[in-house]
Design a protein around this ligand. Structure first.
Ligand code: 13P
Ligand code: SF4
Length: 348
């Protein structure tokens, strides 16, 4: 598979092309916005009235994270969606995450405050492209990162997140060839950690993490020589970053490759007080909030996901008030997509 194969990607959902939005993000105007105190009050009242739960990804803007019932990484939020007793789930994240919640909780209504919140990584492979990849490699096991559309999940055998990708791959007997998609950096990381030779990796990438390269890592190492490095496995620097985590040379063991949820856990348990965070910059908010005695530096001011920043308090209020935008996955697709998700949740 080469990169030019990805140029014809099209989204199976009805929202706008995420790559186009990435270049032309819609920044909400600060003028005419109701003040936050009023919005927070309205959101809390509506939430109670509708027996709703608000889930927010770690990359959401601080105000949205602060009003959410649960914040976390993709895996943590999927687990909350699966076990909630609320009637309504408002998912403050990107579209594939809300779709995952709808697949796991078919009896609940799932809303996303902005239906244009896509994901460049999820749109790097379509169900049709996966079907033809599978036909080139019959009898392979398909492991799909959760950053995929429902239609792609429906064509998969297992789902995984950045927290459990290694564990999921290790649970599959060695005799099976694996098709891992869609993130090439996470896939390369899983190949190296598991040592498996029979993993084929799709050439997809997240535009935010792919831009975090070894140049950014070297600059941050120079500026913050005492800091620990927290590196998301979707980052473009992942191959060169692995030397930072190498056990062979103690002078370079100041890096950790972690999902956003595991970054939180690692910082909480670490004796270190300075950290460079190599992922989307929304992650700095929960880290700073939960660890006031520690210092966090973003790897780059450019590491911002426009899709994650589309949600704000006003859209969240409108979503609860007007029941918009409902995320529905056709039952035929949801039924198939539930299988790889439930296999993943069973492995934990
Ligand atoms: P996490 O699973 O680590 O939360 O990552 C989700 C994501 O979209 C990364 O860009
Ligand atoms: Fe998708 Fe990248 Fe944004 Fe995560 S940071 S939601 S992978 S575009």
């Amino acid at each position: 598979m080469n990169k030019s194969d990805l140029s014809n990607n099209s989204l199976s959902s009805s929202f706008s092309d995420p790559l186009t939005i990435a270049k032309n993000p819609v920044i909400p105007s600060k003028r005419n916005m109701p003040n936050n105190v009023q919005l927070v009050k309205e959101i809390l009242e509506l939430k109670q009235e509708k027996n709703a739960v608000i889930l927010a990804h770690n990359y959401q803007i601080p105000e949205v994270q602060d009003i959410a019932d649960f914040t976390g990484d993709s895996l943590g939020l999927s687990l909350e969606a699966a076990k909630t007793t609320a009637d309504l789930i408002v998912f403050c994240g990107v579209y594939f995450m809300a779709e995952t919640a709808a697949i796991l909780s078919p009896e609940k209504r799932v809303l996303i405050p902005d239906k244009n919140a896509g994901c460049s990584l999820a749109s790097s492979i379509t169900a049709q492209q996966l079907r033809s990849w599978k036909s080139e490699h019959p009898n392979s096991i398909v492991v799909s990162y959760v950053n995929t559309t429902a239609a792609v999940k429906a064509e998969s055998d297992y789902c995984c997140t950045s927290t459990n990708a290694v564990k999921i791959v290790e649970s599959i007997p060695e005799k099976h060839q694996i098709l891992f998609l869609p993130d090439m950096f996470l896939g390369t990381y899983v190949q190296k950690i598991t040592g498996r030779k029979n993993i084929l990796v799709w050439w997809g990438e997240c535009h935010v993490h792919a831009a975090i390269g070894s140049k950014e890592i070297s600059k941050a190492r120079h500026n913050h020589p005492k800091a620990k490095f927290l590196i998301h496995p979707e980052c473009g620097c992942i191959n060169s970053a692995m030397y930072l985590t190498s056990e062979k040379d103690p002078s370079t063991t100041n890096g950790k490759i972690l999902s956003t949820g595991n970054m939180e856990k690692y910082v909480r348990e670490s004796q270190s007080t300075e950290f460079v965070v190599a992922t989307e910059n929304g992650m700095l908010h929960p880290l700073r909030k939960k660890n006031p005695g520690k210092t966090f530096y973003p790897i780059s001011d450019q590491s911002v996901c426009e899709f994650m920043k589309m949600t704000n308090l006003e859209k969240l209020r409108n979503s609860l008030r007007e029941n918009i935008f409902e995320v529905k996955v056709p039952e035929r697709i949801a039924k198939q997509a539930r299988i790889p998700l439930e296999r993943m949740l069973a492995i934990k």
